[in-house]
Design a protein around this ligand. Sequence first.
Ligand code: ASP
Ligand code: MG
Length: 460
Amino acid sequence: MNKIVVKFGGSNLKTREDIQKIVATIKMYDRPLVIVVSAFYGITNYLSEGIRTVQNDDKHIREMISYVKTMKAETIEENISDQNAKEEAYRLISKRLDQVERFLLGIHYIGDIPNFIQDKILSYGEKLSSLLLSIILKYNGIDAMEFLPEDMGLYTDGEFRNATIDFERSEALVREALKEDRVYVVPGFYGISEEGKVTLLGRGGSDYSAAGIARCIHAESLDIWKDVNGFMSADPKMVKKPVRVSKLSYTEAAELSYFGAKILHPRTVEPLEDMEIPVRIFNIDARERTLKPLSLISRRGETGKMPAKSVSCSDDFAILRISGAGVGLKPGILARVTSCLDSKSINIKSVVTAQTAINLYLESADLRRAGQLIKELNMKTITHVTEIDDMAIVALVGAGIPHEPGTADRMLKALAQKKIQTRIVSIGASDVASYVVVKRDDRKQAVRAIHKEFFEGDES
Ligand code: ASP
Ligand code: MG
């Protein structure tokens, strides 16, 4: 019987009661599993800010270690009552934290944060979760064992912070490592480079690790537990009555995540699609916790009467506008600009060009640096580089949307009726998505207007 890969994220590791919910969920499966865990809620950010402080302030090392220790101690006290088992748990956690402490000291002494140490330290967020969860599962009578990516051979392309899994190297190794009929607990978020260095899989990347492992072991499914009701027709914080999207195709899920739906990392479906491994999404806080998924992502998805499935929005998005009289037609400009950004690992989300301007969509955090880099290229054809950081992107996703006559029209009319100005529009960039760029302050109104038009009947 093929195993199921079950993923618990930071949102399932937030409160005191959370570990018991996870234990109960794992018992409900009652079969061999591979569990992939994230760091406790907020810990990755805490570690990532902490290492910057530690560079110049060695006192902060003690503060960090004791903060994490206290957090883990609370979990141990809450979940283990036997004295000997408790002491063993403390011993194992302390041993792992000693390793973190040594790396932090290293940063302080060299006064710098080399990429490989940064990735190594951040991976401890998940490595503390996997260790603790495996101890608690064993204490609850489950045949569980922690298994680390470095020990199973989960290899990547070696890019720090944003690596890609190397399936050719990893598949057979991982499958062999996880072959016993038991419960394995694996820390998400990283794999190792050819030289054996920890490489992170991008922020929020433990969904992607779980998907990678699911591919390697030919899992029956990838089950992702959340604290919300799966994919919805819009963010429930933005619209009053969103409807649940119970079936999606891989492409729809990828596009929705890309355009801001927080539920899944956009790369999750990548390793699964050609093998047709379904992703099932559950809510650990559901009134009745069952193994019936709230949203199912598979090859088929579902085509109802209407192609629109959901409207999502992202404001982690900025535009770098590169202007000049002939930038659109002059050969080689885009190539120079994009290879310059690529050489500094700046990701370009999209490009929209006209004869006098090239618009690069970037992540907000990269905008300033990207602007500077382009100015430093000193290209004669470029007369202005403008940084635009007050925009948001609002997308309507569903198989066939760009081909359905009138969809774009309805989307734009809905916005116009609310007097929301659209700055850039893209219909058909992918077969399942159309989007508009609006002022960041207008994004909530824009989501509401489009949601109303497509999911709440006539606006009358
Ligand atoms: N802990 C990592 C992060 O916060 C990975 C994850 O949660 O998926 O980015
Ligand atoms: Mg996540």
